[in-house]
Design a protein around this ligand. Structure first.
Ligand code: SAH
Length: 286
């Protein structure tokens, strides 16, 4: 790691001492009122650096190790709770009682997501727009308990978990990435989801059945490639929510979807940030 030299010095020597420190391989200098704090990698020899400063008079030099940065703690600190579509999505370490479904707001449901190494902490616009479209779809259904859902590329499991909590009776989540499958399993358990849900390591081909709704927050290429099995797996009148497309890329996907009888019924283009993303809901009409 690093060690630091605290060098007290008269003002007139700041500049020349700084120059020597950088010349000796200093990684950074913090300016204090009457001192410089210079950081060096551990591979360097502090005695040699002190000797090279001996031409200057009136310096007092003391050496200290630099505390190691706790990267794990810093990473955890970077995750905030996110509000979307009636959910308060939080990493478990942000919530005091992880068994409580109450977020403090009676209209909001707590969704616990430990991102692990998977995508889908709830902080990405492509995830949040799917949640919104899913909410709109759910509002139009009479009995969610009778509906079945497939989440292709589940990542942390966030969308599948949200759907199950909304009341969708049968939820299947697939992902080709094993660490996503592991993260999703952990998050299903964190949210107390046991029945009515399964997680499969693989893709739609490993979960062929008839679904009332399919979610696919994927990039352009996999979406294009999977359109045929997606259409095959949708019940008549079933819905497909696509996301992960940059605005403009949807044209190719909608064209491909039309070949299999799917047409656009709702969409959200997020222009708040750059780039702009497209998310859409398609219906199987044939
Ligand atoms: N559904 C989550 C995660 C989306 S990230 C959310 O909306 O936030 C996309 C995920 O799709 C990744 O975890 C990736 O591993 C997975 N994936 C990519 N191509 C896939 C494919 N052909 N079949 C299944 N999963 C795939």
């Amino acid at each position: 790691m690093f060690f630091q030299l605290e060098i007290s010095l008269p003002d007139a020597l700041r500049e020349p001492v700084t120059a020597v420190l950088y010349d000796r391989g200093c990684a950074g200098i913090e300016e204090r009122d009457d001192a410089l704090i210079a950081y060096f990698p551990d591979s360097m020899n502090p005695d040699e650096i002190t000797v090279s400063l001996s031409e200057f008079h009136g310096l007092t030099i003391s050496r200290e190790a630099v505390e190691e940065i706790d990267w794990q703690a810093a990473w955890k600190e970077s995750f905030e709770c996110v509000r979307a579509a009636g959910f308060l999505i939080c990493p478990p370490w942000r919530v005091n009682n992880s068994h409580s479904r109450e977020s403090g707001n009676p209209d909001e449901t707590l969704l616990l997501i430990d991102p692990g190494n998977a995508f889908g902490a709830g902080d990405h616009v492509t995830t949040l727009t799917v949640l919104k479209l899913l909410g709109r779809w759910a509002d139009g259904r009479d009995n969610l308990a009778e509906e079945s859902l497939l989440d292709i590329g589940t990542g942390t499991g966030i969308l599948a978990i949200a759907a199950r909590i909304m009341g969708v009776g049968s939820v299947t989540a697939v992902d080709t990435d094993i660490s996503s499958v592991e993260a999703a399993e952990k998050n299903f358990a964190l949210n107390g989801i046991t029945g009515g849900a399964r997680i499969i390591h693989g893709s739609i081909q490993d979960a062929m059945a008839e679904y009332d709704i399919i979610l696919a927050n994927l990039f352009l290429e996999p979406l294009l490639g999977l359109m045929r099995p997606i259409a095959d797996a949708l019940s008549p009148g079933g819905a497909l929510i696509i996301s992960g497309l940059l605005a403009g890329q949807e044209e190719a996907v909608l064209k491909e979807a039309a070949r299999y009888g799917l047409s656009l019924s709702d969409s959200i283009v997020s222009a708040a940030g750059r780039p702009a993303w497209f998310s859409g809901m398609l219906r199987r009409t044939q």
